[in-house]
Ligand binder design. Structure first.
Ligand code: GLC
Length: 590
């Protein structure tokens, strides 16, 4: 974290490299285009420092071999040793935020909200270690995780990416995650990225990319605090946040990025922008890029307009709008991270240790994910101690989320907005498949129409939300304009998930199934698959037992492990649970 963590050898290596680099080569290192917008040959010609996969952006058939081939080609291009080039290995980044979610067959862990319910920092470290191996098995070196958001408003579509509303709980996970992911920065390690700096979980009414209105003391106490253990653990990158703080966009806030994060807190890795986050600083791209660069952003995650950024940055340096010292500082940080990670000494992706191992979805990985599911479950109601269930009971399983691995994984799984059905989440078990394993006599009837009191002792009804990500998951009360990050306030046209947290209004189909089964005299055990607490007072009145399962990921079997008593309920709510549909002082939030 402090300058002495950048050993003298790294500093010396970086200086000699920097001295050999032209301005074009330096500026190229500061760009991170999306894979669909740049070829390996363009990476070589323009000295590009990094490439990313956005959510769901995958090569070929989206199998490890396709990823390794892609990364090998980008790496080789970045290492071309020819006149006018300085070979500098490229970093490939991806959102492995609950396992290597983009890739078919990967182990998908519960999203962070469920891990928050587990209250288990050691588990977090093990999950990060496993995720690192599955990321390395695809030739990727960098993940945009952990999310250290402290979500303070359940309207936010990214609530599930937050471990908790409680700062201390989020902070307790930061260092274990970084340790698990970055390890000793050796061949089993992946570069981590603490995000999003800062205050992403505190926006008014939980609007994604909105405005966090707080005095600095509160911003520090609630939202900055989890970064301290991450920095102490040596996190190598930090991602700037889309939100504003007191009306100023974080991407253009020199005080937050340079004075606080880099100077006061001593962060000596590099800061990466979020997806085109610079665009929202001004309607004039040149002005926006100048503001962001001078604010302290070191690398630009620029989905497609990387050529424009290249030209503008060169122009800004040549006209003095951006001092050369800022460019050198950014490139020093990027090269230093690459050197500390050992990237200059690693073989090409195709020849690395984990590229030879097909560890994606390995049984021992899935076993840890299943353990995480068990530990994430929170028992909200258990009338007459109906739980745990007997394996010999005559069980009906119903609900739209019962046999749907896509739904139980949520966003950032194979696709940015997640998927539906079982076919795209290869491996793992749906909640129904897990129940059937334990109680072979169980019957699946998604709409509950097969319910028959003469044939069924109890019904397990799996209900809740369907997948979403970011602003598409926002709950926006009528009349609240969608905010988004547009510069002059033009609303980002993201359609919200709904207008209320009341499940009976958001998904009336769930209560309908519950009541139809209850009307036949069969007791109902409800299992809620959701990215956040929802208002379920009506559903509670019509169910005997109620379990919060959050977004359990690929190992739905973990739910059956607890429903049938092989393991106890140990999960504890990571968020306050709303009881009534009235606006809290600041909306449905703290
Ligand atoms: C998204 C998210 C960020 C993610 C990035 C790359 O917009 O805000 O968390 O890492 O883009 O997919």
């Amino acid at each position: 974290m402090s300058s002495d963590s950048t050993t003298a050898s790294t500093a010396a290596f970086v200086e000699q490299l920097l001295a050999r680099m032209t301005l074009e080569q330096k500026v190229g290192q500061m760009l991170q285009p999306e894979r669909m917008a740049i070829t390996p040959d363009e990476v070589a010609r323009h000295h590009i420092g990094s490439v990313l996969s956005g959510g769901g952006s995958a090569p070929g058939a989206n199998l490890p071999a396709d990823w390794i081939a892609m990364n090998d080609a980008y790496w080789a291009a970045s290492m071309r040793d020819e006149p006018g080039r300085v070979p500098i290995p490229l970093l490939y980044g991806v959102d492995a935020v609950h396992g290597h979610g983009n890739v078919l067959g990967a182990t998908i862990f519960p999203h962070n909200i469920g891990l928050g319910a587990a209250r288990d920092p050691d588990l977090i470290e093990r999950i990060a270690q496993i995720t690192a191996r599955e990321v390395l098995a695809t030739g990727v070196e960098w993940t945009f995780a952990p999310t250290l958001a402290v979500a303070r408003h359940l309207y936010w579509g990214r609530t599930y990416e937050s471990f908790s509303e409680d700062t201390a709980l989020v902070a307790s996970y930061a260092a274990p995650f970084v340790r698990g992911m970055q390890g000793d920065l050796g061949e089993d390690s992946v570069i981590a990225c603490a995000k999003h700096w800062v205050g992403d979980g505190g926006t008014t009414d939980g609007r994604d990319q909105g405005n966090t209105v707080l005095p600095e003391s509160e911003l520090e106490r609630v939202h900055m605090a989890p970064y301290l253990p991450a920095l102490e653990a040596g996190v190598l990158t930090v991602m700037a946040s889309f939100n504003s703080w007191n009306g100023v966009k974080c991407h253009g806030n020199r005080y937050l990025i340079t004075e606080v994060l880099k100077e006061r807190l001593g962060f000596d890795g590099f800061v990466v922008s979020d997806w085109d986050g610079v665009d929202y600083l001004s309607d004039d791209p040149a002005e926006a890029l100048a503001i962001a660069t001078n604010a302290g952003i070191d690398m630009f995650m620029v989905s497609v307009k990387w050529r424009q950024y290249l030209d503008l940055l060169l122009q800004h340096v040549r006209t003095g709008v951006v001092p050369m010292s800022r460019i050198d500082d950014a490139v020093r940080r990027i090269l230093s991270v690459k050197h500390r990670y050992g990237l200059f000494d690693r073989p090409r992706p195709a020849e690395r240790k984990w590229s030879q191992v097909s560890c994606l979805g390995a049984p021992e990985h899935r076993a840890v994910a299943r353990e995480a599911v068990r530990k994430s479950l929170v028992l909200l109601q258990n009338e007459g101690e109906i739980l745990p269930l007997s394996r010999s009971a005559r069980i009906l399983v119903a609900g739209k989320n019962a046999d749907n691995r896509g739904h139980q994984c949520g966003g950032f799984t194979v696709a940015w907005q997640g998927t539906s059905g079982n076919q795209s989440v290869i491996g793992g078990t749906s909640i129904w498949e897990g129940i059937r394993e334990v109680a072979p006599g169980a019957v699946l009837s998604e709409d509950g129409s097969a319910a028959d009191a003469a044939a069924h002792d109890v019904a397990i009804v799996v209900i809740g939300e369907t997948p979403y990500a970011e602003g598409m998951g926002d709950i926006r009360p009528p009349g609240l304009a969608p905010l988004g990050s547009s510069p002059a306030g033009q609303p980002a046209q993201l359609s919200p998930y709904g207008e209320t947290l009341e499940l009976r209004l958001l998904h009336p189909e769930d209560l309908a199934v519950i009541r139809a089964i209850e009307a036949k005299g069969i007791p109902v055990v409800a299992v809620l698959v959701s990215g956040r607490p929802l208002i379920i007072d009506t559903e509670l009145q019509h169910t005997a037992a109620f379990v919060a399962a959050w977004l359990p990921g690929s190992e739905g079997q973990g739910v059956a492990d607890v429903l049938f008593g092989d393991f106890p309920f140990t999960g504890v709510l990571p968020f306050s649970w709303p009881r009534i549909a009235t606006r809290w002082p600041s909306g449905y939030g703290l």
